[in-house]
Design a protein. Structure first.
Lengths: 188, 398
């Protein structure tokens, strides 16, 4: 673990500043989460255009170990309240992640869109699924990360900040979760 | 013990039977949401995790009746929710989105974290030197808390026979004149079928034994207290979402007999038959509220005022914190109201008391609970800013 962090630091130093305005403490975030906020790494979410209020809540929860992830708990450990604001505001300025080249199977996409409408995902998460305030952007997030996250909310492994997702996912089956992740990752 | 597990088994069987008869309840915050553009604009809002700095708190924008004033009692109390005063003047504060219970020391008002790593420790109660804490699905206690604030013991669980639902799972708790601890179990969703484990208020002995249900048909009460004269339990209850902008209203209820049924999910606000669950039921079969508290206003913490600082017409009146609406285009609530009663315990009037938390349809703060102190002043918690305010009365300006 420590070695991975060190090499991540080294890569970050070599890569230099991707954005002129990248705060110093954000450099290391981008090594795993993607230079432009679009993650190329399995199970690691894209941060691009994430809602700052949501990002701040997550960074806070990682720091306080209210959300567990060995790497993120370690990363957030020394952050001050001001750092949380700086980093979450910066994350909001990164460009939106792009949908994958694979547009998805039309039949699956259509069926999943109906499920999104029926369950009103596009209510709190906004019509374009780009979130608002404390509710995250989910459009074009990585499929593997969406799948894991939805499963963790459903099983209460991830309790979430306010418990809304555990409630919403109560009646949703795992098969439906698979379709939701498929759709959200590819939505255009 | 054996009796208890047989009982639990029976209750479980009943729950199974109930779930076999009907489809899985919708259980979603969005169940019933109409497909309109305006409705889609509404979403539950969560307080930020970091408390607002003391000099940025909105006290200058708040309004009170003449002669009253408000000051910051303590800032830096992240997500401050339920309030209690200890025998020695310590103020205990629960939280819902964070994992902490705080103590504010008397005199210097220093904020200390006395318990952390808890799951939605919203409720706090105090009795004979012991602090009781309600997490989402368990009740615990710390004995002798006010003498051990710098090095408190870990909370000891006394009761955990509770559902683990996140929806309406956080709890307000209080100890009644019967020296028993009252525990609400909310409905596990916006508008869901009734089952034997939810929509109720229970009470237990202070050692965790003797659980029994004292009220049913209660959707989600996050505040209650006992009338100092009649000793009857009064409690707020939040109405369902998505029926309409203006109904149902939240309720102030009064329990006059053991096991009384307040109607949810069949009947809301005492006179509206629920469009989904109301069929085959009549509102006249359930106890109506003593007052309606406004649509979606989230009437939460409440206390009877028995202090002597405030004018005489506040004696034995109820202060109610209304957290403020999310399921309404124009925000309503976000204030503290005073409910004055007639001699027979019915409601004489509901008047605004502390207002000014809504500006341009946005929250500057959100009141959660009220706690009269021994000196007669009243504390108000604000989870949006992570702060506790104190209201005092110095008489009308001459």
């Amino acid at each position: 673990m420590k070695r991975a962090l060190l090499s991540a630091l080294a890569v970050s130093a070599l890569a230099g500043t991707a954005f002129a305005a990248t705060p110093e403490k954000a450099q290391i975030c981008l090594t795993c989460h993607g230079e432009t906020g679009q993650s190329q790494t399995d199970n690691i979410p894209s941060l691009g255009a994430q809602q700052p209020a949501y990002a701040l809540i997550q960074l806070y929860m990682f720091r306080e170990k209210l959300r567990t992830s060995d790497v993120m708990n370690e990363m957030a450990k020394g952050l001050t309240d001001d750092d949380l604001h700086t980093l979450s505001d910066f994350i909001g300025t990164l460009p939106k992640p792009q949908p994958p080249a694979d547009a998805g199977d039309p039949a699956r996409m259509t069926a999943a869109k109906a499920l999104v409408d029926k369950e009103h995902c596009n209510s709190c998460h906004s019509a374009g699924l780009d979130g608002r305030d404390n509710i995250p952007r989910i459009a074009n997030q990585r499929e593997d990360y969406l799948l894991q996250t939805l499963r963790d909310y459903k099983s209460n492994k991830r309790a979430g900040y306010d418990g809304t997702m555990a409630e919403v996912l109560g009646p949703i089956s795992d098969a439906q979760i698979v379709e939701l992740a498929y759709y959200l990752a590819r939505v255009r | 013990m054996a009796y208890r597990s047989v009982l639990a088994g029976l209750v479980g069987l009943l729950a199974l039977a109930a779930s076999a008869q009907q489809p899985v309840p919708p259980g979603s915050a969005l169940a019933g949401r109409p497909d309109s553009e305006e409705a889609a604009k509404l979403a539950p809002v969560s307080a930020p995790p970091l408390p607002t700095a003391a000099d940025k708190l909105p006290t200058a924008k708040l309004h009170l009746p003449p002669g009253f004033s408000i000051e910051v009692y303590a800032s830096g109390v992240g997500n401050a929710r339920s309030l209690r005063e200890g025998a020695k003047g310590t103020v205990f504060v629960g939280s819902r989105l964070l994992d902490k219970v705080y103590a504010i020391t008397p005199g210097d008002h220093k904020v200390k974290v006395i318990a952390s790593g808890l799951h939605r420790p919203n409720g706090v109660a105090f009795h004979d030197g012991t602090l009781y804490i309600a997490e989402l699905s368990q009740i615990s206690k710390i004995d002798n808390i006010e003498d051990t604030l710098d090095n408190p013991a870990k909370p000891t669980v006394i009761y955990d026979d509770l559902p683990k639902d996140e929806a309406h799972g956080w709890k307000f708790i209080s100890i009644g004149p019967d020296n028993r601890l009252y525990i609400p179990v909310g409905q596990p969703g916006n508008n869901v079928a009734r089952d034997p484990l939810h929509a109720q208020i229970r009470r237990i002995n202070l050692d965790g034994t003797g659980a029994e249900t004292v009220a049913i048909g209660v959707r989600n009460t996050v505040g209650f207290d006992w009338n100092p004269v009649s000793k009857e339990l009064y409690f707020t209850d939040n109405g369902r979402d998505w029926m309409s902008e203006d109904v149902p209203e939240d309720k102030l209820n009064r329990l006059t007999k053991f096991g009384e049924d307040f109607g949810v999910p069949y009947c809301y606000q005492g006179n509206i038959s629920d469009p989904e669950f109301g069929w085959g039921h009549s509102c006249s079969d359930y106890t109506p509220p003593v007052a309606l508290m406004g649509a979606h206003t989230a009437a939460l913490g409440m206390r009877f005022y028995t202090g002597s600082m405030f004018p005489a017409d506040y004696k034995d009146a109820i202060f109610v914190a209304r957290h403020g609406s999310w399921n309404r285009s124009k925000k309503l609530g976000g204030d503290v109201v005073v409910v004055k009663l007639n001699k027979d315990g019915s409601v004489k009037s509901i008047e605004p008391f502390l207002t000014g938390f809504i500006e341009n349809n946005n929250y500057l703060g959100r009141p959660v609970d009220v706690q009269p102190l021994k000196d007669g002043s009243v504390l108000v918690s604000d989870d949006w800013n992570g702060a506790v305010y104190r209201i005092t009365y110095k008489g009308k300006a001459k």
